[in-house]
Write a protein that binds this ligand. Structure first.
Ligand code: AMP
Length: 217
């Protein structure tokens, strides 16, 4: 299986699609956001720094992020391909990633852009709620995704929670960071001939079908 990099603005479904692809092809889903969220819990200067950056919507320093990533990519479950979600996020990181791949003797694989406009991404992000107990996802901005009782999980009746970085202000900053830093990555991968674009405004099963077609081409 080829490795896959997902590039996307916030709330374009990167996490959801990564999980679906990981399940279908039995390869690990590596999210730098998740690696960083875990490291942010450490009671250390590094943990505090990561936590602050994430809460304000800025990027975490490359040396911190790549250290966590290299550690993860060296695990055995990455030998038959993996999904990279959230890395690289800028051209600098893409160049660092090329070096990491060369050192670990791995191929780049394919790069998939999950394309989504600002307004749709904003509604998906700012309205996003999840159940901390059973994991069910809701969205307060879409009638067909609202919980029956505001703030309460339909299935297990737990109190729903919002990700700390899903506020409007943080969303705006994250989207702007994506436009400024991540969009230039598309040229970088287009020139290597590895880039595929997928319209991520469609429902998640349609997006998934398109991704599978690309992977099996
Ligand atoms: P995500 O879960 O991918 O939306 O990432 C959440 C946050 O983690 C981002 O807003 C950044 O603060 C941080 N982050 C995730 N991936 C990276 C990366 N590749 N480089 C720097 N910061 C990152």
């Amino acid at each position: 299986m080829k490795s896959i990099i997902f590039i996307a603005p916030p709330a374009a479904g990167k996490g959801t699609q990564s999980s679906m692809v990981a399940k279908k092809y039995n390869i690990p889903h590596i999210s730098t956001g998740d690696l960083l969220r875990e490291a942010a819990k450490e009671k250390s200067e590094r943990g505090e720094y990561i936590s602050n950056q994430m809460q304000t919507g800025g990027l975490v320093r490359d040396d911190v992020t790549t250290e966590l990533l290299i550690e993860r990519l060296q695990k055995d479950d990455c030998n038959n391909g993996y999904i990279l979600d959230g890395f690289p996020r800028n051209v600098e990181q893409a160049k660092i990633y090329d070096d990491i791949l060369a050192k670990l003797n791995k191929d780049l694989g394919i790069v998939i852009l999950l394309d989504l406009d600002f307004d749709t991404a904003m509604k998906r992000s700012v309205g996003r709620l999840n159940c901390p107990k059973c994991g069910k996802i809701y969205n307060s901005m879409y009638d067909n995704m609202k919980p029956q009782v505001e703030g309460i999980c339909d299935d297990c009746h737990s109190i729903l929670s919002q990700r700390a970085d899903d506020t409007y202000e943080t969303f705006k900053k994250r989207y702007q960071t994506y436009l400024d830093l991540t969009i230039p990555l598309l040229d970088f991968y287009e020139s290597k001939g590895n880039l595929y674009r997928v319209d991520s405004s469609k429902d998640k099963d349609k997006v998934f079908k398109t991704i599978v077609e690309i992977l099996e081409k």
